[in-house]
Design a protein around this ligand. Structure first.
Ligand code: ATP
Ligand code: MG
Length: 310
């Protein structure tokens, strides 16, 4: 691993939870900028990281063995959308799929809670991004018991153990994905309530941002402490060595992007990605095809027919 990549890996590791058992959310300051003192100074790093991500993704695609699943969770206005937009800006759109999960439809509620996400998992060679995910089932659903009541689960299955059971099922599912070649990385963009308030105000003040403003989002601020408890419990139970959570400071968007892209680079760097090599027999075939194409006489009559028809 080169020196620069090593530095990116170190930055990502500082915010990686790994085994979450003793994790405390209070240990992460949403305002942290990890030693970078300005957006300007981080810009060159970010540009280089995004370029490198584009190169690794081409190999991921060509090799067609591994898949990478990136999960984003956050309070509103923490910057999920803009982080995804910036971090993936150097990636070939053909190799990348983004899905946003909103409140489930009737059809989705007719199934188990991982149904709708499962069939949108990335294929081999692809990067799949979940903008929200099955983790909503232990976040918004935990904060609002009335949502759980609408999920039409058989009554005897809804006990006080339900959250622990969901964590277990999620862990088992992510282990299964990992064993099948899908690398899982999860990002909680941790914004402070003060910064969220500023961003909501900006959505009201700037006409171009009005469309993003939602009264429902403002109401959710009343449940801030419950959400933080739910996030902490989720991370404690579902951050594993194979599928770690990153708790990313999100009051400064430029820093959020830097940490997220570094974590993705780190994940890809360990896959030994390389363009497939061509076997000697196949090389001979390619050479024969080249000779045949080069020697092919131009089809004069076809060219004349084309001229005649114009
Ligand atoms: P975002 O807020 O992510 O930028 P958005 O504002 O475009 O997206 P919304 O219509 O607000 O989209 O949809 C997201 C909402 O759906 C969130 O409030 C989220 O909590 C809710 N949601 C997502 N998954 C579930 C779920 N499984 N059960 C209940 N609500 C869910
Ligand atoms: Mg919303």
């Amino acid at each position: 691993m080169n020196k620069w990549l090593h530095r990116a890996a170190k930055l990502a590791e500082a915010f990686q939870v790994g085994d979450g058992k003793r994790f405390r959310l209070a240990s992460i300051d949403p305002r942290d900028t990890g030693g970078f003192d300005s957006k300007r100074k981080s810009q060159a790093h970010l540009a280089r990281a995004i370029r490198l991500l584009g190169e690794l993704q081409e190999k991921l695609y060509a090799q067609d063995r591994w898949a990478l699943l990136l999960i984003f969770q956050a309070m509103d206005a923490a910057g999920k959308d803009s982080t995804i937009k910036h971090v993936m800006s150097g990636v070939n759109p053909q190799g990348c799929q983004v899905y946003s999960f909103k409140a489930p439809s009737d059809e989705e509620l007719d199934h188990d809670f991982m149904w709708r996400t499962t069939y949108r998992l990335p294929e081999r060679g692809r990067i799949g991004i979940f903008n929200r995910s099955y983790y909503e089932e232990v976040l918004v659903v935990r904060v609002h018991p009335e949502i759980l009541a609408r999920e039409r689960l058989p009554a005897r299955l809804v006990t006080r153990d339900i959250w622990r059971e969901r964590y277990e099922d999620i862990n088992a599912f992510e282990r299964y994905l990992t064993r099948n070649g899908t690398i899982v990385r999860k990002f909680f963009l941790h914004v402070s309530p003060d910064e969220q308030r500023e961003r909501f105000l900006a959505r009201l003040d700037e006409p171009g941002k009005n469309w993003k403003f939602s009264l429902a989002d403002v109401r959710e601020r009343n449940h801030w402490a419950d959400y933080m408890d739910a996030y902490e419990a989720m991370i404690r139970h579902t951050s594993t060595a194979d599928a770690p959570w990153y708790v990313v400071p999100a009051d400064h968007k430029w820093f959020t992007r830097l940490v997220v892209v570094s974590a993705i680079l780190e994940a890809l760097a360990f896959l030994d990605l390389a363009f497939p090599t061509v076997e000697p027999d196949r090389l001979k075939e390619l050479e024969a095809a080249r000779v045949a194409l080069a020697n092919e006489a131009p089809d004069v009559s076809a060219a004349e027919r084309a001229r005649g028809s114009t």
